[in-house]
Design a protein around this ligand. Sequence first.
Ligand code: AMP
Length: 473
Amino acid sequence: MASAATPGSLSFIPTSSRARSHRLASSGLRLPLRRLGFSSVAVDPLLSVHVAAKIRSFNGKGVKGVVSMAKKSVGDLTSADLKGKRVFVRADLNVPLDENQNITDDTRIRAAVPTIKHLIQNGAKVILSSHLGRPKGVTPKFSLNPLVPRLSELLGIQVVKADDCIGPEVEKQVGSLPDGGVLLLENVRFYKEEEKNDPEFAKKLASLADLYVNDAFGTAHRAHASTEGVTKFLKPSVAGFLLQKELDYLVGAVSTPKRPFAAIVGGSKVSSKIGVIESLLEKCDILLLGGGMIFTFYKAQGLSVGSSLVEEDKLSLATSLLEKAKAKGVSLLLPTDVVIADKFAPDANSKVVAASEIPDGWMGLDIGPDSVKSFNEALETTKTVIWNGPMGVFEFDKFAVGTEAVAKKLAELSGKGVTTIIGGGDSVAAVEKVGVAEVMSHISTGGGASLELLEGKELPGVLALNEATPVPV
Ligand code: AMP
């Protein structure tokens, strides 16, 4: 039912990408990120695969397909490097707490465990730092105290808690920390100097330790004292396992993907995803667009969009992105049908119409069944898929079908060995809602940071780390 004006009939795999896949295969180049099926070491099964990969590649057993990133990793540090050393670990332990200070989702704590375990098992003294919430000065409700029991449980040792993150009392606690012990510092954002990346504050934090590990991917796009400033005083400064895994997938798998490589980009506005779309257009073979942004593309092609979300000032941008896709031989697919609603509400009346037949007074809030079918057919052909942004207003059940269909399809493809990367934000919420998060190759833990990486930007918290020495793969 695609009208002549809708671009649903573009071929899925451009000749250029077929040629590229062929070239790669015949050149004998190894493709990255094979699943290793290894599940001990870490608490999180997905992360454990990664930890195993890093440790095995470090041990020089020649595990094929492990991405060797440019930054030195904590997996590169052995007990000879770590025994008795004070290691400043910046993690992202910014977990949600209820009104009684109970942790309602411990994902971030679990994600930090593999790095800390590696350090304590190799005899290091871990000085653990994080922010929590958005405190203005010392704010008791944003204390890290409620994290101690869960952290201790997951690590299997009693974590000691400091009431500050710098100063003589903390120094004393660091001094009495045994090898293999963990001292959790108080919320680093109780000091405004943290977000200002104040060098004096960074120096005080750094003075507690001998070396530095950054595992806080969610804040790696910010140059703060504990994510960037401290690296000027601590050598080596290395990436934790979580940070490394994010880089392996969001940079490694995206820049050298197994092809065909599809990107699915959704969300509300084209303006907030321009950088991501432009960057992915350079790398992908197939680009599927959904969410509120599609109406700007439709309008740019002369279609009526009723009262759907449109960014009038981005019409020419939409046209130029379509032209760019064509010039690059990327199969850009817009949904051929949409679910429209008579108001923006969970109980709105709705119906499915062709993308070219949206009546006045109605707004598109999801992609339709034909689109799901053609998106699924396109995805069937792929070896790597990255997804950022929902296909519709998935917060309303009635308009969550398209988004959930993508989540289910990616889960199915993961089972067939396709590398599936969920690039942060609402797409993560969607795969969690559908209950398929566990099977994806990678679920990014950082919304803002993952977007910036996908836009091709370099993150200050990553840039500041030491370069890796080559790892055998
Ligand atoms: P973003 O933060 O840009 O990834 O956008 C996510 C938001 O886009 C979600 O809150 C969705 O409800 C919203 N969204 C998705 N599709 C539409 C649509 N067709 N119209 C309005 N908002 C949408």
